[in-house]
Ligand binder design. Sequence first.
Ligand code: ATP
Ligand SMILES: Cc1cn([C@H]2C[C@H](O)[C@@H](COP(=O)(O)O)O2)c(=O)[nH]c1=O
Length: 230
Amino acid sequence: MAPGLFITFEGIDGAGKSSHIAPLAAAWRAQGRCVTLTREPGGTPLAEKLRALLLHDDMDALTEALLVFAARRDHLRCVIEPALARGDVVLCDRFTDATFAYQGAGRGFDTQVLSYLERIAQTGLALEPDLMRNPDLTLWFDLAPDVAAARLADARSPDRFEALDTAFFHRVAQGYAARAASAPQRFARIDAAQPQAQVWQQLTAVLVQRGWLADGAGVVPAMSVPGATL
Ligand SMILES: Nc1ncnc2c1ncn2[C@@H]1O[C@H](COP(=O)(O)OP(=O)(O)OP(=O)(O)O)[C@@H](O)[C@H]1O
Ligand SMILES: Cc1cn([C@H]2C[C@H](O)[C@@H](COP(=O)(O)O)O2)c(=O)[nH]c1=O
């Protein structure tokens, strides 16, 4: 059995993550791999309830942090770890880097506390009891906040995060850049300002280069992918 692969997609709101996840899942499935497609916050019935609170109810940064890690713990326990144990490719729209970027850099919440919560929420679930689960690869969609905002402007009514100002998203973008610099082996930066066909080429090239996806994978996704919501 091929070992499981845990791949996360990160970037500010509107960077283009969701548009590429479903086509990547299709590319892997076409090559015979089982894929688990999921998202954070969310991915389990309990975590989806916490997501609704996080996206719509007013709360302070500590409450936000506690809720995202509670949702993550349930998600790891019920979905991610079992899928990795089966040998699936797990494609997850956001994970802990989002917490460091949004609650840490964006809200200014203490990153040492986040690191502590990360350790207790992400440890003790895999076969090796001391393993703190981290992604094998993080595809970071890097895009200027004003371009992302323009892409989202007509797309949907904003949630509690999307309604925040550009200064917040500049801080979040800097938070992602700092996370990427601190773990260069794990992160692959995708230039999300490119047209979608080129974003797709860059994404698949990263995966082919690691030997995880065979060359010539899949079709370039249409600009809007029906059923791409997770
Ligand atoms: N490379 C691209 N060029 C232009 N528009 C794009 C590109 N990629 C995605 N879009 C469009 O930008 C909008 C946001 O894309 P998408 O929903 O994939 O972003 P996202 O990163 O998943 O956002 P969020 O995190 O807020 O859910 C969509 O309307 C999508 O069609
Ligand atoms: C995992 C995670 C997410 N967030 C924020 C980031 C986004 O604004 C929303 C999720 O919406 P999306 O359309 O699914 O991207 O939640 C956060 O603040 N902290 C986190 O850990």
